[in-house]
Design a binder for this molecule. Structure first.
Ligand code: ADP
Ligand code: ADP
Length: 226
């Protein structure tokens, strides 16, 4: 059973133009899949539908075999990381990570355990009392990732998470995210327009163009094409 299936998904924001056209895509459990393509090709829209922030116009997404539209939000088990980390400036790292669970009524013991586990996963144990402004860009990115992992999600979604970082840090974080993926072992769906990033990080790359997947293959196969 695949982790995620898009079945005949189309999406229009204005009831006229389709920004996703009859998308069929199967993502394996534990896979690192990257959606690669130019700006406007529909990558973010695909990701937002999987995050539950946008509804498909037609078709159905299945997560672990369940029709996604029928699942209540708290059963969706999806963690999301955006480019602008959206950390709360007045809260410490630990408070930032705990906040979404607190809102949902998790008790202090469970919170504590999950926050520790999430910080451990991104290898940030020693800074949990700091505020976001006291962190480097790479550390902020890890906190954002920890905040997604604290849900203990089955799927992690990342939309251009390294877009705000300088080149060297971006390369370090590519390796870091890859190793976090290996450690956590859940499905990662990653959006970028950076081909090098896609080829470095992914098990498979889906190349988007004008709302359709033009090609989907592992990096080696993509490289080998004449
Ligand atoms: P990408 O992530 O590949 O840059 P997007 O999914 O963001 O592509 O955008 C695909 C198309 O959908 C673009 O033409 C964009 O302008 C349009 N679009 C994206 N989000 C919205 C929205 N909330 N409302 C209307 N149009 C949108
Ligand atoms: P609930 O639906 O239990 O009231 P929330 O209002 O906290 O939960 O959030 C609505 C939905 O958005 C939930 O399914 C939650 O998992 C999801 N959500 C919000 N922020 C994030 C995030 N950073 N990562 C993953 N999912 C998130």
């Amino acid at each position: 059973k695949p982790s995620v299936e898009f079945r005949n998904i189309s999406k229009s924001y204005d009831n006229q133009t389709l920004v996703i056209r009859d998308l069929n895509l199967s993502i394996e459990r534990g896979e690192f899949l990257t959606l690669l393509g130019p700006s406007g090709s529909g990558k973010t829209t695909a990701l937002m539908m999987l995050a539950g922030f946008e509804m498909p116009t037609t078709g159905e997404i299945f997560v672990e075999g369940q029709p996604y539209s029928a699942l209540p939000a708290h059963k969706r088990d999806i963690g999301v990381v955006f480019q602008n980390y959206a950390l709360f400036p007045h809260m410490s790292v630990a408070e930032n990570i705990a906040f979404p669970l607190q809102v949902r009524g998790h008790g202090p013991k469970d919170l504590d355990r999950r926050v520790k586990a999430a910080l451990d996963m991104v290898r940030l144990p020693e800074i949990s009392a700091r505020k976001p402004a006291q962190l480097s860009g790479g550390q902020q990115q890890r906190v954002a990732l920890a905040r997604a992992l604290v849900y203990e999600p089955k799927i992690v979604l990342m939309d251009e998470p390294l877009g705000a970082l300088d080149r060297q840090l971006r390369e370090e974080m590519q390796i870091e995210i890859k190793s976090i993926h290996a450690r956590v072992g859940v499905t990662f769906v990653y959006v970028t327009h950076d081909q090098g990033e896609a080829l470095t990080m992914s098990d498979r790359v889906a190349i988007f163009r004008k709302g359709v997947i033009e090609q989907i293959a592992d990096p080696q196969t993509l490289y080998d094409r004449p």
